[in-house]
Structures are given as C-alpha cells and as structure tokens.
Design a protein around this ligand. Sequence first.
Ligand code: UDP
Length: 321
Amino acid sequence: MLVCGGAGYIGAHAAYALAQQGFEVSVLDNLSTGHREALRWGRWIDADLLQPQSLDAAFARPVDAVMHFCARSLVGESVIAPYDYYDNNVVGSLNLLRVMHRHGVGKLVFSSSAAVFGHPIGERIDEAHPKAPINPYGASKLMVERILADAAQAYGLRSVSLRYFNAAGAAAEAGIGESHDPETHLIPNVIRAGLGQGGALNVFGDDYGTTDGTCVRDYVHVLDLADAHIRALDWMDGNEGAHCFNLGNDAGFSVLQVIRAASQVMGRDIEYRVLPRRHGDPAVLVASSQAARVHLGWTPRYTGIERIIESAYRWHRDPGF
Ligand code: UDP
C-alpha cells in the first residue's frame, strides 16, 4: 500500500492503522508540512508530486493501491495563494494519477473535504448536496474528484473520494497527533489554551444564527477516518467507477460546546475571548454519512466529543514530537 502524504496528520494515522492490520506500507512524502517523526510505518520514499520524475521510485515494488493525502489544506492561505493550491492539489494529483496509470495501478482512495460543498443548504449535508466551493482549497478538491470521474471512464481507474468533515483526535498510544504550523484548528487550539500555552483561545464570532451564536461543526476522529480508508480499499474490489462518501459523526457541536467539553476533559477552566468572525466560516457544517455507513459498513467508534478531545489531549500532554 502506497500512502502519499503519510507524514501528515491524517496520512500518518492511516499508515498506522494499515500497519496494525498487517498491510505492507510505503510512505511517499516530501516533508513539506509532514513530520519526520511520524514516519514510523513502512519505508519512506522522499518524493514530490510536483517533480514527476521523483515518483517512479515509489512504484519500483508492486503497488496494489494508493491512498492520497498530499495536499495543502489551509482555506485562508488558499485564498491568498491560489496558484500554489491548484499546483499542489490539482497538478500534483494529476502527476500521481499519470504515474499510477503508467505502472498499471488501478485503485485510489483520495482525501477530499466537506469544503467541496461551500455554504450548506439544509441541516445535514449528504453526497447529493450541490457542490459550490467558496475557496480555492475546496475548488481544488472538487477538481480532483472530477478528474477521478473522468479517469474511471477513460482508464477504468477505481476510486473512492472521502470527504472529511472536521478531522480531530489522535492516536496517542502510537505517538501521533495533530500538529500544524500555524495551527488554525479548534480542538488543538482549545487544548493549548487549556494547557496555558499561547494565551486565551480566540473564538471567531458569537453572532451566528446558532443556539449559542458560535459555529457548529461535525468532529470526526482521525482513526475513524483511517478505518473508512481501509474499508474503501475492500469496497473497490467489488465496485468499479469513481465514488464519493461524506465522513462525519452526523452530529454538530458549537465552539462553546467544544470549549466546555475540553474543560471537563482537562479538569480546568479554559480562557477564551470573542473576536470577529473568521472570513469564510459557514455557521453550521454537519454531515450525513449514511452512504458510507451503508456501503462501506463504516461505523465511527469515537462518537462523543469528549472522547475525541480526550485522545487529542493525551497526545498534546505527551507528544511523540
Ligand atoms: N475556531 C475558533 N478558534 C480557533 C480555531 C477555530 O473559534 O482558534 C472556530 C472556527 O471559526 C470554526 C470552528 O472553530 O467555526 C472550526 O474551525 P476549524 O479551523 O477547526 O475547522 P474548519 O471548520 O474551519 O475546517
């Protein structure tokens, strides 16, 4: 199994879960945002999707399927530097697809995102929801989904695009967790504030049309995401074509609810201050992941926000890196 981007947050958890299940893992990563310390499972191929000639090394040994996590993923940055986002996320994916095609590799699991939907219409977002991304990051993911549909037609490539809602949590027992620089995500920032690192938490807006005025998100544990990837591999054996599934817990938590839950888990008050809204944040994003449950047989194990936060907290208290 070739895991592209296996030194990053979600990719490293997938590499770990694959190794736990006895898969032989190779990780392709240029460590641009990934962590050398997360390269614990399988051999490492130091290659870059934007340097196509570097990719053949990953296919020197037979590759049954590819999981593709390589991407730049900061919404705000994507608005400022769209060329970089389209280059990395679209051109990089095309380069990977070409080299897979050349080596006769016919199965791909692709990291997509709820960002393909843009502003949500209605309560829960299922796969049929209109795709109208509102930033280059979401647009780049949607473009790759489209390329995969065309590749299924033209070349018979089998693929599953998994649209994550808010990935969170950690595999503290394996020494891996969420560490971005800069960290823009809520749960790591709440935990840092609770640990007294970096001052009070900034809450971006409390004037949304939600019950407490703060944004509501669907947090899904990173090991449940990894599990969905492994199920997608199996599923592709019996299913041709390009398919997309939403992955979330189908439950929303507001920013203030997350702060309260973290406070309970950590046994301390968490200081926060309310700032104006962050540009581009929709009020509510909650998945309907029924299709993944039915077709992939996926059932998230970390359904409570406390358990998700608790796993992240354990890692932050004692990070492997
Ligand atoms: N958020 C916040 N403070 C932070 C980070 C995030 O108030 O330090 C809010 C953010 O505005 C959004 C929610 O928490 O409403 C989730 O943000 P995150 O960046 O974790 O994920 P996103 O939904 O943007 O992918």
